[in-house]
Design a protein around this ligand. Sequence first.
Ligand code: ADP
Ligand code: ASP
Ligand code: MG
Length: 413
Amino acid sequence: MGLIVQKFGGTSVADAERIHRAARRAVAAKERGNQVVVVVSAMGDTTDDLIDLAKQVCTFNGDEITPPKREMDQLLATGEQVTIALMAMAICAQGHSAISFTGGQIGLVTDTAFSKARIQSINKQRIFDQLNEGKIVIVAGFQGITPSGDFTTLGRGGSNATLVAVGAVLQADVCENYTDVDGIYTADPRICKNARKIDQISYDEMLELAGLGASVLQTRAVEFAKKYNVRIHVRNSQNDHEGTWIVAEKPNMEHIVVSGAALKKDLTRVTIKQVPDRPGIAAKIFGDIAAGNIVVDDIIQNVMDDNTANISFTVEHGDLSDIKPVVDRLCKELGARTAPIYQGDLSKVSVVGVGMRVHTGVAQRMFKALADAKINIQNITTSEIRISCIISKEDGPKALQIVHDAFELAGTK
Ligand code: ADP
Ligand code: ASP
Ligand code: MG
């Protein structure tokens, strides 16, 4: 007998029939003699619909405000609460006993960073008590509670983080992440029709891919899985095919130079012009941005002849409303001579593989493929196992396909 945690994403619980199909999987795992915990997302596009509704309500007399963050989380947490109750009912209807819990009810305590809160602790006893009574336990993904009792959410795709955190505290034998594709592919199968399913991928590669646009898993969830050695099996909720295992790196993984390619679609470049060129300025700028919980990337600094510097970096479109007040304030404080520039039509195409540590020529191959397709590279960044190019947004999907094919990802094993 083992302990299995299963997570069903939005499309896998989009209607009553799919909820029953997901419930059937949980019941089947239970009937095989396992203890089963099920984490669920909001049904279908519920989260997007709620965000849309908030936007509508926050526009009044032609003026739009940013929704208050606490209220936004209060709203978004309702999506998952609907699914947990329906899932528990479906399991009961199939003749098994189940109980549903919100994040707060299992003491899933987070910090107070609304909309991207970090998990601090989970009360595993409440879950174990119910499992020991023979019940299937259903947990709401994506949500937690602050120490003072406010609802928080864990960032988009945050149900993945709930899956891994629950799996880690319960020391589950496996975490099954059920989604709408057969596993992790060499590129987003919605964009690259010839993308191939990968059987196994290392935590580090998955971490890079998730951060670079492979939204099938949330970056924080993979970080957590790596730290606590949680095995994740990404699978399709609509069939029984073996999916992709995310595991610790093995020596033979370095034989493959590039494991996957990814596209991050909606990036904005922020440029702060003519700030004084002296020690401490970059530390001040990025310190204040980090304090606002905003992730920035692709940082470039150019020093000018007049003892000033231009500093630019990219952020995701979604973070723009958070970063604008910080940057505008910084420009004033630092005495920048011109207003900051926000350029919102960028994307980033990347290739990832642990094999890059031991193979050469990867960058040249990528740049040549993009050049042959007349795609202009605006900036390049690298890590030990990744190469990324900033390109225009309109070139994005084509660039992903070209890079995918340049490394023959559809055909390699
Ligand atoms: P869920 O609702 O189950 O959490 P998501 O929509 O968040 O599902 O994630 C699944 C989607 O991620 C897939 O439909 C696919 O289009 C996209 N995706 C992007 N990159 C990849 C990749 N490399 N492998 C698999 N899926 C990917
Ligand atoms: N419902 C949330 C979202 O759409 C969390 C998740 O699905 O993982 O981002
Ligand atoms: Mg998701």
